[in-house]
Design a protein around this ligand. Structure first.
Ligand SMILES: Cc1ncc(COP(=O)(O)O)c(C=O)c1O
Length: 403
């Protein structure tokens, strides 16, 4: 264990007040405590090893050394390599979003994009409107800037628009949404709901922050066009190569057609890390040159769809009557609710002792926590692990006292 206590001679309050406002991901601490023990994990949101295009990456390494040499190890521009920004712009055009390379900032994963947006847009006390539930690590990225959160409830079509406009009027900063196969709920906002949301945003002048890592992971039908492509006046789109190629590249992007906002984002990106690593950008460009991305995505969708089926099968075999869950049409997660008022955090502690983990759902709520929720990833485990891991969860649930 690392001792985080500072020496007693240190005369200033530690840590800074803002640290108290950052929500913790409970699962990390529990897993750290269980480090070294074998663990079946339904916790993360990581692509399956077989979905990472290793042969293309290997060849790309060679090509970067041959074609770029030492130039690959310089500092790059803060905005990111022009060639990669051009690739992203043409990718976005394919989604219906008329983007130019000059409207794109390459970042170290869209996670960095969330942090930079928080830095540029939030004052202490600013209010952000988020979905209920929402992505835990977005809350972690925004919270150091000391905002308040207002939540919009969701149904299976996405954010419910009734109270939405009134909330947007009050918010003043932005609405953060993951419209396609949301993390954690798996919900994909319907076309009609997207249109309603766009109208509300335009009427109130509120800024949209659209986070879209999962739209290419659809298993039944493609999601509707991004909200940013539907005529929102004030909009930011966050994209990433993490789920399409691999999170190890740490490459994502921010798109906005607002030059003023882009200027500020570039300033804070410069302060954060000067630039995204040039080597990883060249490497990805070489991979994208070799990889038929549409074929690659199609293959991954087929694989993940079968993972989803297997997971649903073993959940039905072991967990029926113990929890309810959604059946996601895309993304990486099942979002479940324990019956009988059982506490998912307490269940998680018991399960980790047995060697199986999932994500405790409470940390995905910006407002009042719902302790009955849990998130189960289906992309990574083998069929045997699903069978064994879900059975262990069921056994632990049966042993828990009912409130
Ligand atoms: C909704 C959402 N946004 C952003 C991210 C961060 O992705 P990246 O790897 O691009 O930083 C994730 C990763 O799981 C995510 O689920």
């Amino acid at each position: 264990m690392i001792n985080l206590e500072l020496h007693e001679n240190y005369r200033f309050p530690f840590p800074a007040d803002r640290m108290k406002k950052i929500p913790r991901s409970g699962i990390r601490e529990i897993l750290m405590a269980a480090e070294g023990r074998p663990m079946i994990s339904f916790g993360g949101g990581v692509p399956h090893d077989s979905c990472v295009p290793l042969p293309e990456i290997r060849d790309a390494f060679e090509a970067v050394f041959t074609n770029r040499g030492a130039r690959a190890f310089r500092y790059g521009t803060t905005e990111g390599e022009k060639e990669l920004r051009e690739y992203v712009a043409s990718w976005l055009k394919g989604l219906g979003l008329q983007a130019g390379a000059g409207e794109i900032l390459i970042v170290n994963g869209s996670q960095q994009g969330l942090d930079l947006l928080g830095k540029v847009l939030l004052n202490p006390g600013s209010t952000i409107l988020v979905e209920r539930p929402t992505y835990l690590a977005a809350l972690q990225a925004f919270s150091p800037y000391e905002p308040q959160y207002d939540e919009v409830e969701m149904d299976d079509q996405g954010a419910i628009v009734e109270s939405f406009k009134e909330k947007l009027r009050k918010v003043g900063t932005f609405f953060y949404t993951i419209p396609s196969f949301q993390n954690p709920s798996g919900v994909c906002i319907s076309v009609k709901r997207r249109e309603e949301i766009v109208n509300c945003l335009n009427e109130t002048g509120c800024l949209l922050v659209e986070d879209d890592p999962y739209s290419q992971l659809y298993y039944d039908y493609p999601p509707p066009a991004p909200l940013c492509a539907m005529g929102v006046k004030n909009a930011v789109y966050l994209g990433t190569f993490s789920k399409m190629v691999s999170p190890g590249f740490r490459l994502g992007w921010i798109w906005t057609s607002n030059n003023n906002l882009m200027k500020h984002l570039i300033t804070v990106k410069q302060a954060a890390d000067l630039c995204t690593g040039l080597f990883q950008q060249y490497l990805l460009l070489e991979v994208l040159r070799r990889l038929d991305i549409q074929k690659h995505l199609k293959r991954n969708r087929i694989f993940y769809a079968s993972q989803r089926e297997k997971m649903n099968h073993y959940m039905s075999s072991h967990l029926c009557g113990l929890m309810d869950w959604n059946y996601p049409s895309g993304g990486m997660f099942f979002w479940a609710t324990l019956k009988n008022g059982l506490h998912a955090g307490k269940l998680l502690s018991r399960c980790v002792e047995r060697g199986v983990a999932f994500a405790d759902g409470a940390s995905f709520f910006a407002g009042e926590k719902d302790f009955s929720r849990l998130r189960l990833n289906f992309t990574q485990c083998t069929e045997e692990e699903m069978d064994r891991g879900l059975l262990m969860i069921a056994e632990e649930i049966r042993q828990m006292p009912i409130n």
